[in-house]
Design a protein. Structure first.
Lengths: 299, 299
């Protein structure tokens, strides 16, 4: 008997665990106001898409729950640090994030820089707990560290940001634009799925299907982001709309046009769902629903 | 037969391996100028004290050589990223480092921020290689990740920097000053020793002796740094001398006076050497020589 999948209830349950874990692991007591800035950057905001992807992938392969929860928080901490640094005056110089003043506006630039740095370190601390207390083997921890570090660094998110930076005021080919997004946003989204898969022992076929799912979803996310930057308003987005155009940044919309971008997002969704269909995994309902959510969101 | 220990030759041999490894692992090809900025920050400069501590500790416990070399590079990458971010205008606003323009002066603030971020991620990437190719077990990798993340983050280096930031223009008690330095500089030096020890299977007694050695050496390093900020000139230091006084930062010298600071450094050296003497480890000659070097250096 196939039961109906209650996606909103699934999300609510997962988010409750993620928020509780972040509350516990992001320190309030770090000195010099650092803990306060870190908590401000991470708690009370964000759609937690990356954690949800980790947990959905771990569920699909029946992975270790605490490893998945730690991975979910680890990847969210990397995401949160990148937003703090991205918003700084020397980068995007943004003053509004999730409807609140950005970290450097609230705490000053120096503490924002440090808070971002400390959040990145915390991401790796969270995924490498005492193996005896956590029951997470060294092998799994090392795998998680490897996936997360590669996705965050020069061959992933930071590399994509560097391309973005170098492209301002210039122009990118579609190939270069795709490469930038594959690294800047896609790498961490794909890593979320891979980390979830690394919390169990998926065979090589399911693992490779999840990898294709993650790659398509990561790209779709950015295409939709570019569409929303043009079509949504700041209040709905919870951040400044139209800023890509204002900064003369190349986007899928500026390159392909609005309707072709929408068609492209739809094709990527089909690709992601197709990968799940041939994965051989039984329980991919949350992954399917997340892919639809990414493409059909309005903020 | 006890042979004489040729410390300069030991250093030369270790440094050759460290430089070669850093050359190999710090990417030149990362996009958008990021690789160039990362290499500029890491290569061709620095005394490599932390890598030497890792390698000396690993030698003392007869640890896995590639694990030690990866740990040595990992901890140096964390150190290098912290210098890049420390030098930025919103922090110390320093233009000279190791006799060269700082990274943000050379590459701009945005790329300096990204290069620092990418160097931190690379540190964790380097210590978590494929276990089959590297021969480093997941257990060892996870231990290294745990030690390094804790030392770099809010409970270590970043936490110490936040105290430092909060103290500018104010005053600290000796207890608070010691706490700041224990975190800001001491944590990573102590972690270097602990990571070296984690590359093998030291018993609990040697491990605890090495930990006491690392703690004393970490503190001694900072006391001597404060002394040199007053007594050395910029050319010898390879960075701007007298900047702590100029920024009205509390130091050991401003708090204790010059001669008591020197006596304190000497007492910490004795403490470090004493810990080695009771460690039960046979081959601690490099660790001994490094402790003397830290206290007797003039830059």
């Amino acid at each position: 008997m196939k039961t109906t999948f209650d996606f909103p209830a699934w999300i609510q349950g997962q988010l409750a665990d993620v928020e509780q874990a972040l509350q516990a692991w992001v320190p309030g007591s770090a000195p010099g106001g650092l803990g306060e800035a870190m908590r401000y950057a991470v708690l009370d905001g964000g759609k937690r898409l990356r954690p949800l992807l980790v947990l959905a992938a771990a569920e699909a392969i029946n992975g270790h729950r605490e490893a998945a929860l730690r991975s979910a928080c680890g990847v969210e901490l990397i995401h949160a640090y990148s937003l703090v640094h991205d918003d700084m005056p020397c980068m995007d110089n943004d003053v509004l994030r999730r409807g609140k003043p950005t970290v450097h506006v609230k705490f000053g630039e120096a503490l924002a820089l440090l808070a971002g740095d400390a959040l990145q370190a915390l991401a790796f601390e969270v995924i490498a707990p005492d193996p005896h207390e956590s029951g997470i083997s060294g092998d799994v921890q090392a795998r998680l560290c490897r996936i997360l570090a590669r996705a965050a660094g020069h061959g992933g998110m930071a590399g994509g940001q560097a391309i973005d930076l170098a492209s301002v005021g210039g122009s990118l080919s579609e190939t270069q634009l795709r490469q930038m997004h594959r690294l800047k946003t896609g790498a961490l989204l794909q890593a979320s799925v891979a980390m979830g898969a690394a919390c169990g022992s998926a065979g090589s076929e399911p693992a490779s299907a999840l990898d294709r799912y993650g790659a398509a979803l990561g790209l779709a996310f950015q295409v939709v982001d570019d569409i929303l930057d043009v079509t949504a308003d700041s209040a709905t987005l919870g951040k400044t709309a139209g800023k890509d155009a204002a900064h003369d940044k190349p986007t899928y919309v500026s390159l392909l046009g609005l309707d072709p971008s929408r068609a492209y997002a739809q094709a990527l969704l089909d690709e992601a769902l197709g990968a799940l269909a041939v994965s051989g995994l039984a329980n991919t309902r949350a992954l399917e629903a997340l892919a639809r959510m990414v493409v059909e969101r309005n903020n």
